[in-house]
Structure formats: structure tokens, C-alpha cells
Design a protein around this ligand. Sequence first.
Ligand code: FRU
Length: 490
Amino acid sequence: MTMQVTKPDHRGNYHFSPQQKWMNDPNGMVYFDGEYHLFFQHHPFGDTWGPMHWGHAVTRDLTNWEELPIALEPDEHGTIFSGSAVVDWHNTTGFFPDEPGLVAIFTHHLERPDAPVVQTQSLAYSTDKGRTWIKYAGNPVLERADLPDFRDPKVFRHEPSGQWIMVVACGQIASLYHSPDLKQWTWGSDFGEGIGSHEGVWECPDLFELHVDGDQAKSRWVMLVSIGDGGSGTEGSRTQYFIGDFDGITFTPDEASQQVRWLDHGRDNYAGVSWSDVPEEDGRRLYLGWMSNWRYANQTPTDGWRGAMTIARELTLETVDGEMTLMQRPARELEAARTPVLELADVTLAELRQELETLRLDTFELEVQAEGGRSFEFRLRQGEGCGTPVGFDAQAGELYIDRTQSGESEFHADFAGRHTAKTGPESDTQLRIFVDRSSVEVFEGGGRLVMTDLIFPKAEADRLSVFSADESLKFRSVQIFRIAGSSKEA
Ligand code: FRU
């Protein structure tokens, strides 16, 4: 008798990935008229990085994604690198005499034989909710002949100064420009010299204001900066953040930002930025990142498509153990998409072990609250000789994901590995773990620590188990949910 082996389909169930070919950074994230737009770095003719276009998807609920036709194609100024989009509510550009529309601000990347690479900032606009785009005749709108790396403009409206602000990556710093109309830009300041990590080129900055601890009278500014794969370690590309103040011209980091702060302690969350124009009544700062790493992004073992985004997350600033911390929580829309599979309260290790034995799941959410200061481990996506342990090591005070036996990993020497993050002082261990066909995202302590890792298990690796050396360990609660979601072509 021959055993049937299912072909792995690594496409996520509730994560966005393109139907075909290559994807990297999220771009042009903007909310408009009930839709969250997600444009993305796309090579429509290959499943590795190549001449960049902007692909396009929309979602209304942050879990079901509809892929739309390509939004921006290369032209005489170059291919289309990363950038942002805004709603021009008051027709500052003159593009929208009738009603507000969308403006994309992106990098043109020009390569010519026998000439240095040129990166410039350009505009395109849409009067039909992002379905079709017109490139501005005056492109490019911002040039810096002195810089080979000048890219990834993130633009937002700064009401106190009545200006548009652009934060743009320039080698290993970020520059801030301002403009009344998105067309004329004036340099304001530079940020980054001598602060933060400089292990690689700075890319995809973002800058936004957040209330502190939910207090409407108190706020700080957060700058996100992604760093290219340049370091000597195995980390590859990753994202750091700074907390500080912004006066319309200059970003001034707080004392605490003198230390490098990583946004995510896993390996696969890069180039993430936040959505523009989320309505004030909603008030959230929503974010997602590209769930890969430049170290091996071109080699991951997917079939016909390559690249996925993280789940959408809400960013907040909260004081945790006396330190202001950028928190990430799964967007609440993911809760609306779930159906309970298992709900247990005050359960012993032995009871839980037994409950998990019969479950077969490849995409789900696991929510756990365990007694503080005790080690335990869940093995996710377990199959014949493989599995991905995710757990808390009380002695080391560490959270970990171990993907050394997670499935396919031979495509790059730095893929297999155990990734850790130090947790705070002892209290109940609270984890929300999102598992999909090729990813694990762990949110600890209400989002103070986050780890995002890709995994490539076999399709039949669908078991889940729990371990602890401490048989007396009790879980205050354990919940498992299926999450309905989809990523389809229009
Ligand atoms: C980040 C990045 C950006 C650039 C884009 C090119 O991953 O390198 O700096 O605009 O990807 O695809």
C-alpha cells in the first residue's frame, strides 16, 4: 500500500500573499471609503526580486484580501520602488477638483548602462479609489543627485504646521521634508547619525504620533526604520524603532531611544509601515510588515508565488515595567473572524495534553494564560519527525520559537535556528500565537514582545502538543480558534 503524501501548499489562509510571483514590502497603505488598500513591491514576471511594480490588494476586514490588477508599472524614470499613499482631502495637489482622491508617493529607481543608479521621488494619483492611476507629468518631484540610496518616502499630513511631511531613507539616515502640495518639497532635518543600529542600509521609515497609555492628553512620536541585511550575525534584515518628539521639522529622540529597540524578535517581519487616513473615530494606528527576510527571501520554498504579509496589528505606546514600549496587538478584526475549537479554564498539564491529542489543525490561533514563572512549550505544526516548539523558558526568562525542525529549511544555512526574546518581570505568561500554513506570530504579554517567524512544514504536520518538566503546572486558560480568511484574485 502506498501512503498518500499531500503536497504542501504554503499559502496562508488569513495572511495576504500574491496569487502569483514575487512580493516584498507593503506600500501605499491607506484607508479610503471603507477599504484598506495594500499595494506591494511586486515582480509580476518572476518569483524572485526583479523590476519592481506596485501590486494591489484591498480588504474591508483585514482578514479577507482581494488582489486587484497591478497599480503602477515602470516607466522612463525607472521601476517603482517602495512608498506611501495619502488621501488629499482638500485638493492641495490640484488633482481633485471634484472630490477627494488618492495620491501615491513612491521612489523611481533608474538603472542605465554605464551610469550610476538614480533614485528619485515621484507622484501618481487616482480618482477611482485606487483602481487606475495617473502618473504626475512633473515627475520626479524630489531629487538628490548626491545620494545613491534615496528611497521609500512615507508621507503624512501634519495639521499643526499645515504641511505634508515626508520621511525618506537616505543611506544610513532618514531625512524629513515638508510640502504644501506634495509637489514642492523643502528639506527640514536629518535623523539617525550616531543613533540606533547601522548594520545595514536604512529603508522604509515611518513616523507617527501615538497617545501614551491611552491618555488623550499625552503623546509621543514613533519612528520606525527598517535595516537591510548587512550585519555579520544570522539576523538578516529587521526593523528598529525610536520614540521621541516631532515639531513639524525635527524628530528629537528620547533618552530611552539611545539603545537599539527592535520591533519584532523573530526573523520575518521587515519593511512594515502603518496605514494612513484611518478615520479619527477609529483612532487606531494599524500596521503590517513583509513576512520575510532579505537573507533568504529569494529562496523560500513556495510554488509559483513568493512572499506574504504579517497579520494586521494595532500599534500603541504603553509604559511597561517603567519603560515606554511600542506594543503590537493583532487587529481586533481577527477576533471577529474566529470560531472556537477548544476553550478550557484552570486546566492541568495532563488534561490539556489529552485534549490536544485529537486535534488536527494547520491554521489557527492559540491563546494561553499560564501560571507565571513556569516553563512550558507548545509544539506547533507537528508531524513525522518535525514540529515547531514555541515556549517560555522560566530559568532564562525567555520566550522562544525553535524552527530547527520546522520543515523545509535547507534552502538557506541561516534559516534553521532558535530565536529568543527576554521577557519582563514574572507574572502570568500570556501568549497569543497565530499559526498559518507557513508562519508563526507570537504576541506575549499583551503585545510587549512579538516574534514572527516563517516555517515550511509538510501539509500533514497538523498536530499540536504541550510539554513541561513541571507536571504540576496549570493553565488558567487555553483557547484555540480557527480563523476564517482568504486571499483571492478579483
Ligand atoms: C526594502 C527595499 C526598499 C526598496 C524596495 C525595493 O525591502 O529594499 O528599500 O524600495 O525594497 O523592492
